[in-house]
Unconditional design. Structure first.
Length: 250
C-alpha cells in the first residue's frame, strides 16, 4: 500500500480533486473488480477486454477506455539469431498479423491500428509511407525470398506473450493468423517480469538473449506527446542490450 498526500503548494491550472491517493496492489483481477463493486476502490486498471461488457452492465461501475494514448502493443524480435536476423522474415511476420481482427476480438473493439509511436492527435504525427496490412500470401512470398518453404515447412519460432489480462487472450488468434502466413509459432504465455532479466536483458550465461519474439505492451501514460520524452524511454540504450534491432540492424 502506497499513499500520496496532496501538495497544497501546487499552483497549476488543474484543480486538486483529492486530499490523498492510495494505491493497492491486488494481483487478481476478480478481486479488483469485487472491491470496486463494493466501493472499496475508486479506480482499477489492467482489465481484460473480455470483461468490458460486464463492467458496462454494472450499476456501480463505469468503463473508461482511452484511445488517444501512447500505449502500444508491439512485437519485439531477437535480431541476433535466426529466423529474425533476416529482415524479410520480420517483414513477413508483420504481413501475417490481422490487426483489425485482433482489435475486434482480442480487445473487444476498443483499439486502433498504430501507424506510429505517436497517436494521430499529436501535431508531430506523420502517416508513414510504409504500412503493413494483413496479407498472408505476401508473408509467404517474403519467406520464400528469404529461403524458406512456408507451404511445406512453416517457419518455427517461440512466441512469448505476456500474461497481462489485456494481451494474452489474443494469443490463439495471433498464432492462427501467423500460421496462415507461413509460420508455426510455439506460444509461451509467461510473466515478463520473470523472463525480462533472465532471457532478454541479461541472460545468466552471459550469452545472447534466448527469446525469439515477444508480444507485449510498451508506452508511458504521460501528459505530453513530446517525442523526446517518449522515445528516450522506448528506444534508449537498454534496447541494444535486449538484442532488438537498432539503427545498424535493418
Amino acid at each position: 500500500i502506497n499513499t500520496f498526500k496532496r501538495y497544497d503548494g501546487y499552483e497549476g491550472p488543474m484543480p486538486l480533486a483529492a486530499m490523498d491517493i492510495t494505491y493497492l496492489v491486488i494481483p487478481e483481477l476478480s478481486g479488483r473488480i469485487a472491491q470496486a463493486e463494493a466501493g472499496q476502490v475508486q479506480i482499477l486498471d489492467g482489465v481484460s477486454p473480455q470483461l468490458y461488457r460486464a463492467i458496462e452492465d454494472s450499476p456501480n461501475l463505469e468503463l473508461g477506455v482511452a484511445r488517444e494514448t501512447t500505449f502500444l502493443e508491439m512485437i519485439f524480435f531477437n535480431t541476433q539469431k535466426p529466423p529474425f536476423d533476416n529482415q524479410l522474415v520480420r517483414q513477413a511476420v508483420m504481413y501475417s498479423i490481422d490487426a483489425p481482427q485482433l482489435i475486434e476480438i482480442g480487445l473487444a473493439g476498443e483499439g486502433r491500428i498504430a501507424r506510429s509511436p505517436l497517436p494521430p492527435e499529436s501535431d508531430r504525427f506523420r502517416e508513414p509511407q510504409m504500412q503493413y496490412n494483413y496479407d498472408p500470401e505476401k508473408s509467404k512470398e517474403l519467406l520464400r525470398e528469404a529461403g524458406y518453404d512456408p507451404d511445406n515447412a512453416p517457419v518455427q519460432f517461440q512466441l512469448g506473450v505476456v500474461e497481462w489480462a489485456y494481451v494474452y487472450p489474443q494469443a490463439p488468434l495471433l498464432a492462427q493468423t501467423m500460421q496462415e502466413g507461413g509460420f508455426d509459432p510455439l506460444l509461451l504465455v509467461d510473466s515478463i517480469d520473470a523472463r525480462w532479466v533472465s532471457d532478454i536483458m541479461r541472460p545468466e550465461d552471459g550469452g545472447p538473449a534466448r527469446y525469439d519474439a515477444w508480444v507485449a505492451t510498451i508506452g508511458f501514460e504521460v501528459f505530453t506527446y513530446d517525442p523526446d520524452n517518449l522515445f528516450r524511454g522506448w528506444w534508449g540504450g537498454w534496447a541494444e542490450n535486449a538484442s532488438f534491432a537498432t539503427e545498424n540492424v535493418p
